[in-house]
Design a protein around this ligand. Structure first.
Ligand SMILES: [Zn+2]
Length: 391
């Protein structure tokens, strides 16, 4: 694997979503938009090109008119759905606040399963919506939690998962961005905290940080996972990955004023790195592209870890009908400050699943897509359970 500064263009000049009849059918103006989207990393392999173009155009005319938006859970509706599950299954599930977002919304987790006195059950975290516009990723954790709890009595495998692991479902890591994306600008990706001080005299502040570029656990030995060598603070000229992780506060991929600066990231790391939670595995949901990504974004895994990721990733892919690409996240594009890199650096297995073929499929696709993805979570939970349950 080679780390490159630009995303891979596989052959023929244009990337495959932009090649052939599926691209030439678009007007010159649309082709220019698609080219821009590609350059920003928003048009990927496996894209439903027409749908992504439509979603982009929807964002220009205002989110309330987005086709199919009604039907995705709002922030309040998601909180209510988590509370309802906790009320229906009081001895098995509990709603826990992990902290507050930049605008002061609680970031809730539904914890399924209870830790025992010796703190020996393996913990798992399943997160959605680091990125505001990736709406389907909000629905997947809720669906899997519901599945595990509702099938407890009838399905021995579900019972085992609930009894022998502690799984934390966090459907909305970035509630501020999500609500902004739902109501104001459906293309919004970052958080919404106003950044007054960028730490860079030459760079003016803006709104929000890309939370999946902001991860750092404060350990000096992991600092290069946040800012790789050669990426100078306050300089956008040498941004890592050709701008896919940026010091520019106006960029969609802004890494933030410092590593771990954002409250959403702190909330997640406090959950995941707390020894009392015994977290052994994390799946972080993103859209889109039908990809299973393992660490790192900026360097290669040692071979023993690679073997584990290939094994678990392969089993997850099997649960998804082998329709996903299993690869290191640097193969999508090189990045730093991603959540999984910090998981791996702390001995936690961390995978990213990029689901679907666009950012915002119509809401009527929610039942089908979530039912399709949930088996991937169940396989992952089973793997963590069998690998880390103490005899
Ligand atoms: Zn994402």
């Amino acid at each position: 694997m080679k780390i490159q500064n630009q995303p891979t263009v596989k052959s023929g000049g244009l990337p495959s979503p932009l090649r052939g009849p599926s691209f030439s059918q678009y007007s010159q103006a649309d082709q220019a938009i698609l080219k821009d989207l590609y350059d920003q990393g928003d048009l990927r392999e496996n894209a439903d090109v027409g749908r992504v173009l439509q979603e982009y155009k929807n964002s220009l005319s205002g989110a309330p008119r987005v086709e199919g938006a009604t039907g995705y859970h709002t922030y309040e509706e998601m909180n209510a759905a988590l509370r309802e599950l906790a009320e229906r299954f009081p001895d098995k599930a509990e709603v826990v606040s992990l902290g507050q977002s930049g605008e002061g919304r609680e970031i809730y987790a539904l914890r399924v399963g209870n830790q025992d006195e010796t703190n020996s059950k393996p913990g798992i975290v399943i997160t959605g919506c680091h990125h505001a516009r990736e709406w389907m990723t909000v629905e997947v954790p809720l669906h899997t939690a519901t599945n595990m709890l509702e099938n407890y009595d009838s399905d021995p495998a579900s019972q085992e998962r609930v009894d022998k692991t502690v799984t934390w479902f966090v459907p909305m890591v970035n509630p501020d961005g999500y609500e902004f994306s739902r109501t104001k600008n459906s293309w919004w990706r970052k958080t919404r905290r106003p950044i007054q001080e960028t730490g860079c005299p030459n760079l003016k502040g803006n709104y929000g940080v890309d939370p999946n570029r902001n991860y750092w656990d404060g350990k000096p030995e992991n600092f290069e996972l946040y800012r790789p060598a050669g990426d100078t603070p306050c300089s956008t000229a040498d941004d890592f990955g050709g701008g896919k992780t940026s010091d520019n506060p106006k960029a969609d991929t802004y890494r933030g004023p410092s590593g771990g600066s954002e409250p959403e990231v702190q909330a997640l790391l406090n959950l995941e790195l707390n020894p009392a939670n015994n977290i052994k595995g994390v799946i972080d949901y993103h859209s889109y592209g039908d990809m299973i990504l393992y660490p790192y974004g900026s360097k290669e895994l040692p071979s023993d870890r690679l073997e584990i990721y290939r094994d678990i990733g392969g089993k997850i892919n099997q649960a998804l009908g082998n329709k996903f690409d299993l690869m290191p996240s640097s193969d999508l594009y090189p990045t730093s400050g991603g959540s999984n890199d910090l998981h791996e650096a702390n001995g936690i297995l961390g995978l990213t699943l990029e689901i679907g073929r666009s950012f915002q499929p119509p809401a009527w696709e929610i039942p089908k897509q979530t039912a399709y993805i949930t088996p991937a979570n169940l396989v992952f939970i089973d793997e963590i359970k069998s690998r880390f349950t103490q005899a």
